[in-house]
Design a protein around this ligand. Structure first.
Ligand code: FES
Length: 274
């Protein structure tokens, strides 16, 4: 076909210099499958995380000191007794404010501005474009040069926040080695919380901004052996960033779900050392 339904001028796929092809794509394979799977996966996580963040039930196991990451740190007097490891500087919070209100926006910002997630949702949610060689529906393309997408450039700052949050989650995981009668104890929950925090660290440290902070803008690696070493290790992790992005969504849900089951009395924790 040689006719076009596109506007005469525009940017991106509709710009004057692009070939005029009326078909949205000439691809005949199932190019829509990866974006479809992505949007289902992201959507499922968002629904689960939103519901769990607001319900305010079954987020703390007093016997074993299991705290779900969605409520950590719990800094308000609305938190159940024992769940506030860092005190309660905030008073009672109305129901529409999640108890994890202080970190959830930063975690959301970290993931939303992540280079991998950007690829994922630009394709699957915004169709910009949905796949290689499939025209996007948008007539204009301004990239990440103006609001709101210019905020993507703040990713490095969300990374700093994510490091602090990972330290807090590590503290929670260590505290989860707690026996019923006080002292040391270990259960399946302690191992799940620990596994989750290790993978969260792997995701956080494999971040592209972290790699750049470690070794970016160095003219001579030989003059900076320590930074070079860190850069090399982070580079190895960085190749797995997409996998870690998905794995940690899974482990976050799994960890929260397990804590919920134990905290609500639906199942009892599998104790290894009581
Ligand atoms: Fe994905 Fe930084 S967390 S690039």
């Amino acid at each position: 076909a040689t006719t076009t339904t596109a506007p005469e001028s525009g940017t991106g796929v509709f710009s004057k210099t692009r070939a005029r092809i009326s078909a949205r794509t000439l691809r005949t394979d199932r190019w829509w499958l990866p974006p479809l799977i992505t949007v289902i996966g992201l959507g499922a996580f968002v629904v689960y995380a939103t519901v769990r963040s607001f319900v305010r039930t079954a987020y703390w196991v007093p016997d074993y000191h299991y705290l779900t990451p969605f409520y950590s740190p719990c800094l308000s007097t609305s938190c159940v007794e024992g769940a506030s490891h860092f005190g309660t500087p905030f008073g009672d919070l109305p129901m529409f404010i999640p108890l994890g209100f202080l970190v959830l926006p930063f975690l959301l910002g970290f993931r939303l501005t992540c280079y991998y997630y950007r690829k994922a949702y630009y394709r699957s949610v915004w169709f910009s474009p949905p796949a290689c060689a499939v025209a996007e529906p948008h007539a204009k393309y301004t990239g990440e040069t103006r609001l709101p997408l210019i905020i993507q450039n703040a990713h490095r700052y969300f990374f700093y926040a994510a490091v602090i949050i990972s330290v807090i989650n590590t503290y929670d995981a260590i505290g989860a080695f707690h026996g019923k009668s006080g002292g040391f104890g270990m259960g399946l929950g302690s191992l799940i919380l620990t596994g989750n925090v290790i993978l969260l660290w792997a995701y956080t440290l494999s971040c592209h901004s972290c790699r750049h902070i470690a070794g970016g803008r160095l003219k001579h690696f030989s003059a900076h052996p320590v930074r070079y070493w860190f850069w090399t290790q982070i580079s190895k992790l960085n190749t797995r960033h997409m996998q870690l992005a998905w794995i940690t969504l899974g482990t976050l849900v799994l960890t929260d779900f397990y804590v919920m089951l134990v905290a609500s009395g639906t199942i009892s924790d599998l104790r290894i050392i009581d």
